[in-house]
Write a protein that binds this ligand. Structure first.
Ligand code: GUN
Length: 221
């Protein structure tokens, strides 16, 4: 399934508060138990594993950030995080990683939006996208426990794609959420030099005006 709702219907269920306040007690105890910290993309995270083995770095540089201490020649073989979206931090803004990321659902529900920036030109008619003018294919899907309804428990985002995610209520008809908790395994392992945020100007290059209007709320402010 590539597109379960039209792009124009992708709306936040929990609009990000201008200033996040205290999380509900049940969510705060998950944050404490897993030692989660605010992530610059939104949400919370904690790195739980980093393979000590190093492999040759397969990536070309995408950012000018060089002072992160990362060895430009090698990468960790893999790294793993917990990642949590909550009503106070409900949005993971559009960003790209050079490495492939395997996502594994743990609890809650959310929606993912993927901009296939590496599939530009002529591919978007094939898979039920809403606009005929778009240049990059857009994919959206729900992650959660409802596998019979098409919700995903595992999803893979290849390197080079722009990804955003946001929190949905626990039940498709409900309002409450105890957070979307997932695991992410990044191969080769995560480095900030392999990561960048999508800017509005780049989104305008990749998508139609209408699609930019529909999706720009998921850009980093
Ligand atoms: N994997 C995905 N995102 C991140 C991140 O921000 N930091 C670390 N260490 N690993 C990640």
């Amino acid at each position: 399934m590539q597109m379960d709702i039209p792009i124009s219907q992708i709306k936040p269920s929990y609009p990000p508060p201008l200033i996040p306040t205290q999380e509900a007690p049940a969510i705060q105890s998950t944050i404490n138990a897993l030692n989660l910290l605010p992530h610059p993309e939104g949400g919370y995270f904690s790195e739980t594993d980093r393979d000590p083995r190093r492999i040759p770095n397969p990536h070309q540089p995408i950012t000018s950030v060089t002072d992160t201490g990362a060895d430009p020649e090698t990468r960790s073989a893999s790294s793993t995080i917990h990642y949590l979206l909550t009503p106070q931090r409900p949005l993971g803004v559009f960003h790209r990683n050079q490495s492939r990321t395997v996502h594994i659902w743990q609890r809650g529900r959310g929606r993912y939006v993927i901009i296939h920036a590496d599939e530009v030109g002529g591919q978007n008619h094939m898979r039920g996208c809403s606009s005929e003018n778009a240049t990059a294919r857009i994919e959206t899907f729900v992650v959660g426990p409802g596998v019979e309804a098409g919700e995903r428990m595992q999803w893979v985002v290849e390197g080079g794609k722009y990804k955003a995610s946001f929190l949905l209520p626990d039940e498709s008809e409900g309002e409450t959420s105890s957070g979307l908790l997932i695991s992410e395994v990044v191969v080769p392992g995560f480095e900030f030099t392999d990561h960048d945020f999508l800017r509005k100007s780049k989104m305008e290059e990749l998508l139609t005006e209408e699609q930019v209007q529909d999706l720009s709320w998921m850009l980093k402010i």
